[in-house]
Design a protein around this ligand. Structure first.
Ligand code: PMP
Length: 304
């Protein structure tokens, strides 16, 4: 059976969903996207799509920056995503990619002269990164700036910044990287937000630090306060705080909650996965699999 994707307002087999070589988004990187996870729940015979609404609220808000507002509503996008899941009926964890893009032909990167459309597809996805302990480096590249290519949005073109950072980090033997802002403060990972535990508090860079305002970041801030009673701080973070932290971890839809146990060859804290990180990871996995009734409104269950 062919994989079904949403393309040009229709559900079609993947082989029929093709773009021309003059497509604006291909020429200029004029796309915005969301990465969403669907967790397979064998007992419920359902896919639990995690925080579907919040992902689409983020892209709809960001679409205004780039004059890319889709003609479809939040409810339409939610229904189309559920329908793609229903039609493919996956029996494993999946990644869902929604891409909003400029589709017309125009010689010039004007945002207001070409049409916007979107596509939705799914792909099997287990762990994106190791969730037992990563070795990261602080990248020598800098994160794109809010006044250049705003990192608050997942714009297709801005992932060239990510691409050079992650490729170099991997080729140097690291698992991941942490980027700094233009003025040298901690920003985020390649496709994840970063947290540290210092002096009993949970700290993460503020949204003014050229980060993506992660959906998982929001979950972890909420869960840390509600479930562990932790004090949380969103603020500017110095690079040296990373080397002095008791615990470090990443959060992201693909990365989930991924402990960092080594940074630039130095052990983080004891060099083992920290207590707070392990507790948050466990709580997070229960929540995404709809095993914690307090957060069941974060899960959209689609019977398959
Ligand atoms: N930062 C960047 C650059 C990302 O691409 C992602 C992945 N979407 C994140 C952070 C984490 O965001 P979220 O928790 O919404 O997936």
């Amino acid at each position: 059976m062919s994989e079904i994707v949403y393309f040009n307002d229709q559900y079609v087999p993947l082989e029929e969903a093709n773009l021309g070589i003059k497509t604006h988004a291909f020429l200029y990187g004029t796309s915005l996207f969301e990465g969403i996870r669907g967790y397979w729940l064998p007992e419920e015979k359902s896919i639990s799509i995690f925080r579907l609404k919040e992902h689409y609220q983020r892209i709809l808000a960001n679409s205004r920056i780039f004059m890319m507002t889709p003609k479809d509503t939040l409810d339409d996008l939610i229904e189309q995503t559920m329908e793609v899941i229903r039609r493919n009926a996956p029996k494993q964890d999946v990644y869902i990619r929604m891409t909003l893009y400029k589709t017309g032909v125009n010689i010039g990167p004007f945002l207001d002269k070409v049409e916007t459309t979107h596509t939705i597809w799914t792909h099997p996805l287990g762990n994106y990164v190791n969730i037992d302990g990563l070795h990261v480096t602080v990248s020598s590249w800098r994160r794109v700036d809010d006044n250049a290519i705003p990192p608050c949005a997942k714009t297709g073109g801005s992932y060239m910044n990510t691409a050079v950072m992650i490729t170099d980090a991997k080729r140097q033997g690291f698992d991941e990287l942490i980027s700094l802002t233009q003025d040298g403060h901690v920003s985020e990972g390649s496709a994840m937000n970063v947290f540290m535990v210092r002096k009993g508090k949970l700290v993460t860079p503020a949204i003014t630090e050229n980060i993506l305002e992660g959906v998982t970041r929001d979950c972890i801030l909420t869960l840390a306060k509600n479930e562990l009673g932790l004090e949380v701080e969103e603020r500017q973070v110095n690079r040296t705080e990373l080397y002095r932290a008791d615990e470090l971890f990443f959060t992201g839809t693909a990365a989930q909650v991924a402990p960092i146990t080594k940074i630039d060859t130095r052990p983080v804290g004891t060099g083992q996965v920290g207590e707070v990180t392990a507790a948050l990871q466990k709580i997070y996995f229960d929540v995404v699999k709809n095993k914690n009734p307090r957060y069941s409104d974060w899960c959209t269950l689609v019977p398959v």
